[in-house]
Write a protein that binds this ligand. Structure first.
Ligand code: ATP
Ligand code: MG
Length: 306
């Protein structure tokens, strides 16, 4: 079946990214809650139709580690994209107390299986691996979203802003500065995976902007500096070796997904019992408390200035 706007009842906003807004919606015919992403694109109808057609292959990207795709349509110059609603949100907002190793192992296992499925079964390279694109639900499931399936959409978004939080591999940052977009291989995603693992352990982006004079200095550190490592305390040698296998400056030296799945860190994860449901509940509560405090502080500051 094809989804259209008249079937959807808009609920609250779930978040905003660089390219659009994500809202919770109720699909009235099926009573299913969905997440709807709105992307504004100044393109003609033929191009927008091309994007909708390219997105259609997402219907075949069904796996436990991939967010379900329900359909896409366009109205005027906006593409709307409906996917599975993940009721605990993205990992960037759940990681801020630092994720302990057993939970991290579970998350990383799902990410590697999801990435391997995309690559082997769909011939898709993700291209945007980072904690905001790893979603979690209260059942404790971990799923990937926002991978590059539409060439037209990628080109139209013109991901030129390398931004102040870059998950791009060194070879991509170099390629970008040489305007060379053709160098993307699956190993670039492995770098982004490694960086995401460190971020989830630390609770913040591993190259904090405030420690660099400017974005250029920060990107130079990514390209030429020693790759970051897991914190000394609290993580096993297996976990540390796992990230080191991802964060090699030379792309050919990075592990493949098959190698990562056979790595002791993930092999051990499969023998452990991990209370993901309990961790998600705690992380969501901590996030909501933090957000409530931020709102109260903002209100307080507003009242002072009034
Ligand atoms: P960027 O624009 O750099 O890719 P982003 O991934 O944060 O950043 P979006 O993909 O637009 O931007 O998503 C915005 C936010 O919406 C996410 O950070 C996430 O918290 C929330 N979100 C996205 N998809 C879903 C979903 N399916 N279920 C629940 N929340 C979601
Ligand atoms: Mg996203």
């Amino acid at each position: 079946f094809a989804i259209n706007m008249t079937q959807l009842q808009l609920e609250e906003e779930l978040g905003r990214g660089n390219y659009g807004t994500v809202k919770k919606v109720l699909h009235k015919p099926t009573k299913v809650y969905m997440a709807m992403k709105e992307i504004r694109l100044e393109l003609d109808d033929a191009k927008l139709n091309g994007i909708i057609m390219e997105l259609d292959i997402l219907h075949r990207a069904a796996a436990p580690e991939i967010v379900d795709f329900y359909g896409a349509f366009f109205i005027e110059s906006c593409v709307y994209y409906c996917m599975e609603y993940m009721d605990a949100g993205s990992l960037d907002k759940l990681e801020q107390d630092g994720i302990p190793e057993p939970v991290l192992g579970r998350i990383v296992g799902s990410m590697v299986r999801g990435l391997k499925f995309l690559k082997d079964d769909m011939q898709i390279i993700h291209r945007d691996v980072k904690p905001t694109n790893v979603l979690v639900n209260k059942k404790g499931e971990v799923k990937l979203c926002d991978f590059g399936v539409s060439g037209q959409l990628e080109r139209s978004l013109a991901k030129t802003n390398i931004g102040c939080q870059s998950y791009m591999a060194p070879e991509r940052i170099k390629g970008e500065s040489q305007n060379n977009l053709g160098t993307y291989t699956v190993s670039s995603d492995v770098w982004s995976l490694g960086l995401s693992v460190i971020e989830m352990a630390l609770g913040h982006y591993p190259y904090p902007p405030e420690t660099y004079a400017n974005v250029f200095a920060q990107l130079t550190a990514i390209v030429h500096g020693d790759p970051p490592e897991l914190p000394e305390e609290g993580y096993s040698d297996e976990a540390k070796d796992f990230v080191a296998r991802c964060l090699h400056r030379v792309p050919e030296m990075r592990a493949t997904y098959a190698e990562l799945l056979d790595h002791p860190f993930l092999v051990r994860d499969r023998t452990l019992e991990v209370d993901m449901v309990g961790w998600v509940a705690k992380a969501v509560e901590s996030r909501d408390t933090r957000q409530r405090k931020q709102i109260e502080e903002a209100k307080h500051l507003q009242s002072l200035s009034d």
